[in-house]
Design a binder for this molecule. Structure first.
Ligand code: ADP
Ligand code: MG
Length: 617
């Protein structure tokens, strides 16, 4: 047989290697901004067009490069930052692998202009998909400008794999937030499609936080500071009553490098235990300084993980110092733990033995739920290196992948339900009552049906909004007194990206000055007074949803609208309202689970009831 092994052409090898470093526009933003920081820039400007898909431009006033260095910088493993392997352990710069420019220029059309302070004239270089195009002299300011155009122009598979603009923009925003927080002493500007999103002056950390997230953060920040011989912690945490429904605004930096660590996250969040409701997330920006010899950061270029040699003491120091800050600033616990915790349906009511197929399906799902709640213990969590939320999302994804219905269209359950519903006969319908202002209880043929009014509403609204969005039939009710809504810059740009869809559900609004909107009309389905709250809630949720569920814009928006506009637990319902809720629920395509995968109703089987009273024993 003839020889069949061949070396890959360099351009293909480069593309493959680039896959490690460049996954999406946000990866380019991160690498190039880090280079600017490493080059000692005082001001860095980021400009993106089309969520970075057509252009990412970064301009800095850093040290620049000589003509030769400019050419060298695009070679793989070319770096000015480490010279020998021992240097790896003393890394002070953000980058050190010498891979970013080589990788980016393998999968995009790159142009660089750069000049050092000593040189009269600068250099401009153009490289397309690893192909050197030109190098010329140009007159330019000291510093470096990078233009990255048409990312993945030569790797269509990857280009097609990119997500919608709002999603890609969100990833860019995340990187921008992380770097701007890590370096408050540097000025950062951010333009998106000619819209100025941020203009951040050099400042203290607290001002930087306010500049990034909005003026209302000013009253919400608590300083946190602790120092031992080995490790120093400093930064800000949010007050206990300032929690969010998503974990987006939680930042940990180790030696000024943003990292993800479920373990350290858990240390911080557990300090809030008893102060914040379940399912909410406190704000924090914490910097941990520790001698480089106690950590290992030489990990994968895109992974932001880190190892400590003594994790337990780091954990307890963080937890103690966060607790102390919360204590010192005397936060009164926000005691409204709400219906969510106290009235949660007890999943311990095990289904009886003689299960119908649909009920077996339930118990299967419930087991997962039970396993999840068992996993709350942090040690177990850490063993799996996943936190509860991740596990939940992960489990859902797995179930979806395995073909286990996620949004749970249990055919058999529905069929069975028809039967049950038929038996919510007219006479029985009078036997409907509300329990704990949260659950609707009504007898059905096979037992007693308990319905969670909140998740039921979410399901009904979700399906309605989805229909409205798909058919473009959103109608709007005019507000007598239009409401102004001040947003933070990143939410404002999110609204711009989602404008069509948001208007599609029935919001009418206009832009009004810097990062502000005036809401003139709200969707007909919601209460006129809650327009503003729903609008804000929808943005908040949208950000969370699209990270957790890989669903379309429309589904996400429908899900957010549903969770924000439906009635909640704790609201009193009249008999009429309850009946109508039941009717609408079972008119849904999928009455079993809410759009977030929560159980909507449960049937306490007759057999089970008989069991309790030992009638057949
Ligand atoms: P790394 O940052 O890991 O060294 P890169 O591929 O990102 O690798 O960059 C290669 C080299 O190019 C850097 O080591 C640095 O010397 C130079 N360089 C890159 N970007 C800039 C910049 N904005 N200003 C000055 N020098 C830069
Ligand atoms: Mg770099």
């Amino acid at each position: 047989m003839s020889d069949i092994i061949k070396l890959l052409p360099e351009s293909i090898a480069n593309q493959i290697a680039a896959g490690e470093v460049v996954q999406r526009p946000a990866s380019v933003v991160k690498e190039l901004m880090e280079n600017s920081i490493d080059a000692g820039a005082c001001e860095i400007t980021l400009i993106v067009k089309d969520a970075g898909k057509s252009l990412i431009q970064i301009v800095d006033d850093g040290n620049g490069m000589s003509e030769t260095d400019a050419r060298m910088s695009f070679e793989r493993h070319a770096t000015s930052k480490i010279r020998k392997s021992e240097d790896l352990f003393l890394i002070k710069t953000m980058g050190f692998r010498g891979e970013a420019l080589a990788s980016i220029s393998a999968v995009a059309q790159v142009e660089m202009k750069t000049k050092t302070v000593d040189e009269e004239i600068g250099t401009s270089i153009a490289i397309d998909g690893s192909q050197f195009k030109s190098q010329n002299n140009v007159s330019c300011q000291k510093g470096t400008s990078m233009f990255v155009r048409n990312l993945f122009f030569n790797v269509p598979a990857r280009r097609n794999f990119l997500k919608s603009n709002p999603v890609e923009l969100r990833h860019i925003m995340d990187e921008f937030h992380r770097l701007a927080l890590a370096k408050p002493e540097i000025a950062f500007n951010f333009y998106q499609n000619d819209l100025e999103v941020f203009k951040l002056k050099p400042s203290k950390l607290s001002h930087r936080i306010v500049g990034l997230f909005g003026k209302n953060y000013r009253e919400q920040l608590i300083p946190c500071k602790e120092e031992t011989e080995e490790i120093a912690i400093k930064g800000y945490i949010g007050k206990a009553n300032f929690v969010k429904k998503s974990r987006g605004e939680q930042f940990i930096f180790v030696n000024n490098r943003y990292i993800k660590s479920n373990y350290l996250n858990h240390a911080i969040v557990s300090a809030y235990e008893g102060l914040i409701p379940e399912g909410t997330f406190p704000f924090f920006v914490l910097f941990i300084d520790i001698e480089p010899k106690h950590i290992d950061v030489n990990v994968h270029p895109t992974k932001t993980e880190i190892k400590f040699d003594d994790e337990r003491s780091v954990y307890s120091l963080i937890k103690t110092s966060v607790r102390k800050s919360l204590g010192t600033f005397n936060i009164t616990p926000a005691l409204d733990f709400g219906a969510d915790t106290n009235f949660r349906l007890h999943t311990s009511i095990a289904p009886s033995s003689g299960l119908s197929s649909s009920e077996r399906d339930y118990s299967q799902f419930k087991n997962t739920e039970r396993e999840l709640s068992n996993l709350k213990n942090w040690e177990q969590l850490y063993a799996g290196a996943l936190d509860n939320e991740t596990i939940e999302a992960e489990t859902k994804r797995e179930m979806a992948a395995k073909g286990t219905p996620l949004s749970l269209t249990f055919e058999s359950a529905i069929n069975n339900m028809d039967e049950n519903i038929q038996h919510v006969e007219e006479s029985n319908k009078q036997n409907i009552f509300q329990f704990h202002l949260s659950f609707i209880v009504t007898p059905v043929k096979s037992g007693l049906m308990l319905i969670d009014q909140q998740t039921a509403h979410e399901r009904i609204f979700y399906e309605r909004y989805l229909k409205i969005l798909e058919n473009n039939t959103g109608s709007s009710q005019q507000l007598l007194f239009p409401e102004t809504l001040q947003l933070n810059p990143s939410d404002f740009s999110l609204v711009k990206e989602l404008e069509k869809e948001i208007k599609g559900v029935g919001f009418a609004f206009e832009y009004f000055g810097e990062n502000a909107l005036v809401i003139n009309g709200v969707p007909s389905l919601i209460n006129v007074d809650s327009g503003k709250v729903v609008f804000e809630g929808v943005l908040e949720d949208y950000k969370r949803n699209f990270l957790e569920y890989k669903s379309s814009n429309l589904e996400n928006l429908a899900r957010s609208m549903a969770t924000n506009s439906g009635i909640k637990r704790g609201k009193k319902l009249t008999t009429e309202e309850m009946k109508s809720l039941v009717d609408h629920l079972f008119g849904c395509k999928n009455p079993n689970y809410s759009p977030n995968g929560r159980l909507i109703y449960y049937i306490l089987g007759l057999e089970k009831i008989e069991d309790i009273f030992k009638i057949k024993a």
